[in-house]
Ligand binder design. Sequence first.
Ligand code: MLZ
Length: 265
Amino acid sequence: LKDAFSWEEYLKETSSTPAPPGCFRQARVPPSNDFKVGMKLEAHDPRNSTSVCIATVMGLTGVRLRLRLDGSDNSNDFWRLVDSSDIQPIGTCEKTGDMLQPPLGFRMNASSWPMFLLRTLNGAEMAPVTAFKKEPPRPPQNSFKPGMKLEAVDKKNPYLICPATIGEVRGEEVFIMFDGWRGAFDYWCKYDSRDIFPVGWCTLTKHSLQPPGNSVTLPKSLQILPSSPSKPSRRSMQSPYRLLTPLPPLPVRKGVRGRRPKSET
Ligand code: MLZ
């Protein structure tokens, strides 16, 4: 068995430093996760954030919830922190005079929504009000600096939190670079994003932390585009050696696109 990832050793190896906790919009002491699988709540539809829907807790990981909108399919699950302002107790909508909406892509006829809603809520286990925690305030300014280490949600695989580095800072935004993945998962986000965490967050909240990938990031001048005529193996995709090997051109066949790896998943 390979040794588990250790931030302490990794920071030494890379002679880097963690971003100070005060940079993040996260609770200094992480909240407890008092939700249970099967509980229902109200959540903003991630694909249509003005609408509030019924969601069910499908899983718990650290202080995050895996949520599924009722009436939606199983391929649009999303993750939220227990102190996210995107979630609220059932009844909140009604109190404010709003209406619960069917999710984008409701799998039935729109006319069946009222009855569906009634049946969904009938006898449902509702998440208690006390399980919802207050969202921490946003830090007054963006104090991230390039090179600082952190833990970040991989937006392409949102159940994963991975070691990352601040690549660039521009106004309110920061560029999140995933260590060892050659840029395939990197993204820009606001400095107060709820998807980025201080070093040690996963350990603290008992969330698993994906170890860094094993690809070396070469200077821009030495990089070549990832493309290959045949399906590369996981190994070859990740080997730093691949970057130094000249690649044959993609086969051009009419109407058929050259096969490329979708992403390094
Ligand atoms: N599909 C890959 C996940 C890669 C995640 C990278 N995160 C920065 C795997 O299954 O290993």
